[in-house]
Design a protein around this ligand. Structure first.
Ligand SMILES: CCC/C=C/C(=O)SCCNC(=O)CCNC(=O)[C@H](O)C(C)(C)COP(=O)([O-])OP(=O)([O-])OC[C@H]1O[C@@H](n2cnc3c(N)ncnc32)[C@H](O)[C@@H]1OP(=O)([O-])[O-]
Length: 256
């Protein structure tokens, strides 16, 4: 699994493949029109529910509308007796580049807490039917978490998983990396440098979330992480991190 930052991503960039187009895609639902996803039944027996995230210009950033539609499509497939499994995919370039930063940029802690921000994000992990993530391209932040909520992950050779939220002044849930023996120590130091360049306040919150999860049930751990995620919206560093992303510049964190 690769931990991606924007600069690393630019090195890894592959020729931009056109978003996969669903031939003969038909809207499959209770008649509702989906704006952010394409939905159909696939397989010889039409017994596989197929959901393609479809915000190509935003690299399938998971805006609130998209997540609501995803929940709606899962509800429809759960109720469909023909459907035995569900596949969620994105485009060749991006499974999903995370929660929508532009939508989150100006949210306050109060907005997050009162509106129970991300409340419906657990829908995938609550699915009674097996869900398979088919991941090509970027699966970052909430996009990586969406894949992890599925029961099985199939990854294309160029799939890139990462939890880069710390670069935005908010908290991630997972980081892992594998190196050859002789590169391990120097890479660990480089990693330390990258961490140290981020908000120390938010890094501490991330660590608190990870450590607390070891002592909790999965549901409690998810809840605790969500509350800490909300709390980062009370910091100046979250504002700086997300504003810097939108303004296409490097963030300057003040640990506040
Ligand atoms: C449990 C929940 C908690 C989750 C928290 C999160 O997920 S936090 C998030 C964690 N995720 C991250 O921190 C990843 C943030 N994304 C990146 O770092 C880079 O986009 C990249 C490395 C994925 C691709 O770089 P690249 O140079 O190849 O492409 P590019 O950068 O030019 O992007 C093309 C267009 O897509 C847009 N857009 C992209 N992502 C998002 C987004 N999440 N949101 C909104 N928009 C996004 C981007 O603004 C641009 O639109 P514009 O300006 O043209 O209108």
């Amino acid at each position: 699994m690769a931990f991606l930052c924007r600069s690393a991503a630019s090195l890894l960039k592959s020729p931009r493949a056109a978003p996969a187009v669903l031939s003969a895609c038909r809207l499959y639902s209770s008649g509702g029109q989906y704006e952010y996803i394409l939905v159909e039944k696939r397989g010889e027996k039409s017994d596989v529910g197929f959901i393609q995230l479809n915000r190509p210009k935003a690299l399938n950033a998971l805006c609130d509308g998209l997540m609501k539609e995803l929940k709606q499509a899962l509800d429809v497939f759960e109720a469909d007796g023909e459907v035995g499994a569900i596949v969620i995919t994105g485009s060749d370039r991006a499974f999903a580049a995370g929660a929508d930063i532009k939508e989150m940029q100006n949210k306050t802690f109060q907005d997050c807490y009162r509106g129970d921000f991300l409340a419906h994000w657990n829908r995938v992990s609550q699915s009674k039917k097996p869900v398979i993530a088919a991941v090509n391209g970027f699966a970052l932040g909430g996009g990586c978490e969406l894949a992890m909520m599925c029961d099985i992950i199939y990854a294309g050779e160029k799939a890139q998983f990462g939890q880069p939220e710390i670069l935005l002044g908010t908290i991630p849930g997972l980081v892992s990396k594998v190196y050859p023996v002789d590169q391990l120590v120097s890479e660990a130091v480089k990693c330390g440098e990258k961490i140290a360049a981020n908000s120390k306040l938010v890094s501490a919150m991330a660590k608190e979330a990870v450590n607390a999860a070891f002592e909790m049930t999965l549901a409690e751990g998810n809840h605790f992480e969500k509350r800490l995620f909300h709390a980062t919206f009370a910091t100046g560093d979250q504002k700086e991190g997300m504003t810097a992303f939108v303004e296409k510049r490097k963030a300057s964190f003040q640990d506040s």
